[in-house]
Design a protein around this ligand. Sequence first.
Ligand SMILES: [Zn+2]
Length: 171
Amino acid sequence: MKQTPIFLLITGLIAGSLWLYGTYFGTPRPPHQRPTGATSPGNRRVEKTDAEWRTSLTRSQYVVMRNRDTEWPNSSPLTHEHRPGNYVCVGCHNRLFSSQTKFESGTGWPSFSAAIVPNAVYTEPDGNRTEVRCSVCDAHLGHVFHDGPDPTGLRYCMNGVALAFAPEKIP
Ligand SMILES: [Zn+2]
């Protein structure tokens, strides 16, 4: 079995070169730049370093909101939440959506036809899709599509892990 040491050597060399490339040559993704002209309700801003977001969010929140990942469909209990109330950003408590515009899209993600106020979120091109971000803390929330219900025709397809539900207080 003389092949084993050679195999191990080649494997080691490949792993080593990948590590060297990642450490010394791979360029990290540049920090996200908020689009010019974007506003937020009351001009409120919440800005944190990557390390601060890592500690203030759970791991699943962090990978979606700061790393633009997408949660598994039907993984959020908010997908089928129908009580009256508001949906806020878990990163900064910015009010994003009202239950009045929430609808069952059948996609497995919480879906809304409009933001609660136009500048609660902002959008950016993302390949052939349109990304939706929180206007206060720049968190990635999901995407918006043009196959939603009337009157807007929009479908805000959100990651439930980025949202917190605040039920309306019954007087
Ligand atoms: Zn936010």
